[in-house]
Ligand binder design. Structure first.
Ligand code: SF4
Length: 699
């Protein structure tokens, strides 16, 4: 009997964390997923993986796995494909690319990458494909941040850019934590966030969850404050009003570290519109009682350090810029900026270790389309010259982008579509060629932290891929050879030799990295903006004044107020869609990754959350089939009747795969069937602004 091997690998699901896992392999077979036996300490725990990472075994063998190149033989979306040899598939793609290149029509190719499929960091996914097209020619790309665009805009305007966030370990020093639209128990943005919040609570901190849903993160909290989606800036304004009128504002901090409070103060007091932003004013908007808002404001203003830890949901609404700006404004008013255990509520990226990626070739993109609303451009005929080919790598784009049906229609307008993916995703079903890709466990890669830590992972190949699955790098190397720039693309290297070449440029201990699978840099936990707080003259921000700017004239260019005012969102006219829909991330998927993992879908079946009062008004009982309809489409799912969501709001977690039934209605529970292509004023995704009606369905 051959020995059991324990091989470290990295979970690269696009969740906001990176965790270390161990593949337990016997006779080449994956028999278990384990975690490394590391020492724990309260401030430096292991990178504790979640249920998604631990379920890798079912993902590797998923029913939807693709093992050989597939060529479409039926209508797009029909799922009718025939296997073809690699050589034939690569020759066909190279021929298409050569034909475009001969006509100097590179820009007629749309290259899409991004979240939504499994992607490594060194040689997989976007890294390999962007390098390829940078040698091939100037193509069309999609650009934009589907995750935290508005938080990034707020940070740019107010802080001069993203500032490195506090280490999550500093949460242990907080005495109050506002989890505002943040769900770390399920979404795991940054490893061990929930662990540190629980630790803070053990040390006496109070934790308050502000969210339309009583999420699993409520287990970390002392109190749940339900709030209507898209009204966060109103709650923040009312809290700020209480702080201002009760003399609870940290004026010393505002005077020495910020600029532009006066117009926000005028807004709070109603100097311009005659409406003071009282808790009573906010109650009608937010659904949060005036008493609760007043208490929240007093607590946040007087308990120090207090950490306002927002998630990205509030800024994924139609005026998400305002929520993100309001959070920073509140943090300044309470004087919690630069304090260990406090926080300025910024985007919160720390930046990973310095490691060069694959170098790029001479060509940049010829033009770019919005990653959120590219389909609208295509369907309106505004992309000139029109697109003739789409090359989609590591992206289940029709699932992950608002308005799935529009994305399908746009893809159908494009003559030839290639998809790289380990799975036959809904997007792959609309491809002409699907190329099978290896998963985390089946390739060697270098992986850096997602953004909150400074770790470097070496993810070793643990098992053989099924059938003929290959890496993105392998595919592009062979295409480059066919197109005459193979040597330039590979520099004569395969993945393993690239790993060594990239590491040779660093001082990292290569052998230790390969042996352990992980190098961690964690000294004294970093405190965001501590230097700036201590001496703003010596450590100015990258804003015009060097201070935190609470008034932003550039906002007016986008039709937004100069300060973090609440901007109302009107429901569609006619009253046909009375319920607000939110589409948060799920604990069992990472975007649309893992929808193919049967173990996880059993953990949390896809259902629409609806409050008991809303359900009773519609004659809906628990587990009934219902149709959820918005102006963009209809989804048929089961109802989860629950008190864990506030009345007037329903929730369908994003990421479940689009699976139309015989009548064309989606039965997979794909949330983006219901969301629109409308963007925020600065171009951010607004998927948490959607309006629907729910009715019982016969199925
Ligand atoms: S999905 Fe995210 S939190 Fe879960 S194991 Fe993977 S990297 Fe870690």
């Amino acid at each position: 009997m051959s020995p059991i091997e324990r091989i470290p690998f990295t979970c690269t699901l696009d969740c906001g964390s990176r965790c270390e896992l161990v593949a337990v392999v016997e006779d080449g077979r994956l028999v278990r997923i384990d975690t490394p036996p590391r020492e724990d300490s309260p401030e430096r725990p292991r990178l504790i993986p979640c249920v998604r990472g631990r379920a890798h075994r079912a993902l590797v063998n998923a029913r939807e796995r693709v093992g050989t190149p597939l060529k479409r033989i039926g209508p797009r979306g029909s799922g009718r494909f025939a296997p073809i040899p690699w050589e034939e598939a690569l020759d066909e793609i190279a021929g298409r690319l050569q034909e475009l290149a001969t006509r100097q029509a590179h820009r007629a190719l749309l290259h899409i990458t991004g979240a939504g499929a499994i992607s490594g960091r060194g040689f997989s996914g976007a890294s390999a494909s962007h390098r390829f097209f940078s040698f091939w020619g100037p193509v069309t790309v999609t650009v934009g941040n589907m995750s935290n665009h508005c938080a990034g805009v707020a940070a740019q305007w107010m802080l001069g850019g993203q500032v490195p966030s506090s280490d999550r370990a500093t949460l242990l020093d907080a005495r109050l934590i506002l989890l505002w639209g943040n769900n770390p128990a399920e979404t795991h943005m940054a490893p061990n966030t929930a662990h540190f919040i629980a630790g803070a609570r053990d040390r006496g901190a109070r934790v308050i969850l502000i969210d339309p849903r009583y999420t699993d993160s409520a287990i970390l909290a002392d109190e749940w404050v339900p709030i209507r989606p898209g009204t966060d800036a109103a709650l923040a304004a009312a809290m700020a009003y209480v702080m201002e009128t009760e003399g609870l504002v940290d004026r010393a901090f505002l005077e020495t570290h910020t600029l532009g409070y006066a117009p926000y103060r005028d807004y709070l007091l109603g100097a311009r519109d005659g409406q003071p932003k009282t808790p009573q004013w906010a109650e009608a908007i937010t659904g949060v009682s005036a008493e609760t808002t007043t208490r929240l404001a007093r607590e946040y203003a007087t308990v120090k350090p207090a950490c306002l830890l927002p998630g990205w949901g509030p800024q994924r609404t139609l005026y998400g810029e305002q929520a993100a700006r309001a959070f920073i404004t509140l943090a300044c008013m309470s004087g919690n900026v630069g304090l260990r255990g406090g926080g300025v509520a910024s985007v919160g990226m720390r930046g990973g270790p310095s490691l060069a990626g694959l170098p790029r070739g001479p060509w940049g993109p010829a033009r770019s389309l919005s990653a959120v609303s590219w389909a609208a451009e295509v369907l309106a005929g505004r992309v000139r010259p029109p697109l003739e080919m789409a090359y989609i790598v590591a992206s289940n784009v029709i699932n992950r982008t608002p308005n799935t049906l529009a994305n399908i229609a746009a893809l159908e307008r494009i003559g030839y579509v290639v998809v790289h993916d380990p799975y036959l995703t809904p997007t792959a079903l609309y491809a002409d060629l699907v190329l099978p890709i290896r998963t985390d466990l089946e390739r060697t890669d270098l992986v850096t932290s997602w953004g909150h830590d400074q770790h470097l992972f070496y993810s070793a190949q643990a098992i053989s891929p099924p059938d003929e699955a290959q890496t993105d790098y392998w595919i592009f190397s062979r295409l480059a050879e066919r197109l005459g720039f193979g040597r330039a693309y590979t520099q004569g290297r395969d993945e393993a030799t690239w790993v060594d070449a990239l590491l040779a440029q660093t001082a990292f201990d290569r052998e230790a990295l390969k042996r352990e699978g992980l190098l961690r840099w964690e000294g004294e936990p970093r405190v965001e903006l501590a230097d700036f707080r201590a001496d703003p003259q010596a450590h100015p921000l990258d804003t015009p004044s060097g201070r935190i700017e609470l008034a932003n004239p550039q906002a007016t260019l986008y039709g937004l107020p100069i300060v973090a005012e609440y901007v109302p969102i009107a429901p569609p006219a006619g009253g046909r869609y009375p319920l607000q829909l939110i589409t948060p991330h799920s604990e069992v998927r990472s975007n649309s990754c893992l929808a193919a993992n049967p173990w996880l879908q059993e953990v949390e079946p896809q259902e629409i959350w609806i409050n008991r009062l809303d359900a009773e008004a519609r004659g809906i009982s628990p587990r009934d089939w219902v149709e959820v309809t918005s102006p963009t489409g209809t989804v048929r799912v089961r109802a989860k009747v629950t008190e864990r969501i506030m009345p007037g709001v329903v929730c369908l977690p994003e990421g479940a795969w689009f699976r139309p039934g015989a009548d064309g209605v989606d039965e997979g529970g794909c949330a983006n069937v219901l969301t629109s292509l409308q963007t925020t004023p600065t171009g951010g995704v607004a998927t948490h602004t959607a309006w629907v009606e729910v009715k019982r369905s016969a199925r």
